[in-house]
Design a protein around this ligand. Structure first.
Ligand SMILES: Cc1cc2nc3c(=O)[nH]c(=O)nc-3n(C[C@H](O)[C@H](O)[C@H](O)COP(=O)(O)OP(=O)(O)OC[C@H]3O[C@@H](n4cnc5c(N)ncnc54)[C@H](O)[C@@H]3O)c2cc1C
Length: 380
């Protein structure tokens, strides 16, 4: 008899959520985290959520995912401070405009999440302080917005404390034991634990963790940086993505502006530093969009990893040729915080009940080899 029904590796939002939903099903669960809970990308993100993706699968996933965010305060008594402030995309090229129009007609309207196109005059009403020369059309998705990632993590962490989940922090999994094509346990250095099933939720580190079981997944780390200014008077009421200047920003409830350039990324495990190059680019670009921001101080800057797959969409489930009780939920490619609550719930159904929920099917690890990748290019 094993010590645990399921071992979950990784204490970010996806691992915490998966452990929570598995425990709710009555299973004996252990969660192993190499540092402290939330030390990965889940406390380093911009806390945006959206239902507007290019691929229909991601749209459907996030229509349900948003419901889970809205339901969190009822489910776990923590308010994740959801603000439906909308996403405002500033479009510059014919190609971008055509892509948005096509997706709006063919995908978003089909799922009742169509948005509004704004001409330059209408845009001025929403962003009176912005310099929008070069922007020919904008798209506003009112169903999108922001939340507070810390409250999602606190909610899940405190729920795990109240449940029977055994949480092991400072416990890096260094070995996964596979016998007769079945995982039987894992090691934290010299310490061993046995389990019936194992789920890897190790974010950007998932490829190396999967390798411990002889499994290969195409997930690569990409360092991204983010910054927050000092608080200022209410300035912008929405989440702005300026595709002409390659920058995004939003204003938090305290008045601080947070955001970053969308095109400054370093592939691989680059050190989690705050670079001067980023500071200069961020300052230049937000001041080009909003000249009134000149002189506003940058309070904080930090970095974290996106966990990128070839089609910028997550991997959920298990591959046909993998050890039979080995699962992965990782590779959310920069949108895992918003998806984490639903992802954990679906993974728990899959792992505990043995069926693959409809919403999870497109994310099979085998899709890369079978040529069934998703068409997701609406990323930043
Ligand atoms: C700058 C930035 C902005 C972002 N903005 C957004 C946004 O606006 N909205 C959004 O939804 N998402 C956003 N994201 C992405 C989001 O943060 C991630 O997709 C999400 O946090 C992934 O969660 P996770 O649980 O899979 O990974 P993580 O939170 O990284 O957790 C993985 C955990 O696994 C642990 N681990 C690794 N190896 C081992 C091991 N061998 N043993 C034990 N533990 C191990 C790590 O220490 C880590 O804590 C952003 C990310 C960044 C970096």
């Amino acid at each position: 008899m094993s010590e645990f029904d399921v071992a979950v590796i990784g204490g970010g939002a996806v691992g915490l959520s998966t452990a929570y939903w598995l425990a709710k099903k009555g299973l004996k669960v252990a969660l192993f985290e190499k540092n402290y809970l939330g030390s990965g990308s889940s406390t380093r993100n911009a806390s945006g959520f959206r239902v507007h993706f290019k691929s229909e699968q991601n749209v459907k996933f996030m229509i349900e995912g948003k419901k889970r965010l809205l339901r969190l305060s009822k489910e776990l008594k923590y308010n994740p401070l959801v603000s439906e402030c909308g996403y405002l995309w500033l479009l510059a090229t014919e190609e971008q405009i055509n892509e948005f129009k096509k997706t709006n007609n063919q995908v978003w309207s089909k799922h009742s999440v169509s948005g509004k196109f704004l001409d330059t005059h209408e845009l001025k009403q929403i962003l009176p302080n912005a310099k929008t020369e070069g922007v020919t059309l904008a798209f506003f998705g009112p169903q999108d917005g922001t939340f507070h990632h810390d409250f999602v993590l606190f909610a899940l962490q405190s729920a795990l404390k109240r449940s029977r989940v055994s949480v092991f922090e400072c416990s890096e999994v260094t070995e996964i034991c596979v016998k007769s094509n079945k995982v039987s346990g894992l090691s934290i250095g010299a310490r061993e634990h046995t389990c019936e099933k194992l789920v890897v939720c190790a974010g950007a580190w998932s490829a190396s963790v999967c390798k411990l079981a002889g499994v290969s997944v195409p997930i690569e780390p990409e360092r991204r940086e983010l910054g927050v200014t000092e608080p200022i008077r209410r300035f912008v009421d929405t989440f702005v993505i300026d595709l002409s200047r390659s920058i995004y920003l939003t204003q938090g409830i305290r008045g601080d502006i947070r955001g970053g350039p969308t095109d400054l990324a370093t592939r691989g495990f680059a050190p989690l530093l705050s670079t001067f190059k980023w500071t200069v680019e961020f300052s230049k670009r937000i001041c080009a969009l909003f000249p009134d921001l000149k002189g506003v101080g940058l309070n904080r800057q930090w970095s974290g990893y996106y966990e990128v797959t070839p089609d910028h969409s997550q991997i959920m489930g298990r591959g046909e040729n993998w050890p039979e009780n080995f699962y992965v939920a990782a590779g959310f490619s920069g949108h895992g915080m918003m998806m984490s609550l639903l992802a954990g719930e679906l993974m728990a159904e899959h792992v505990a009940d043995g069926f693959t929920p409809e919403l999870m099917k497109p994310y099979s690890p085998d899709r890369f080899a079978k040529g069934n990748t998703l068409d997701e290019s609406m990323i930043f």
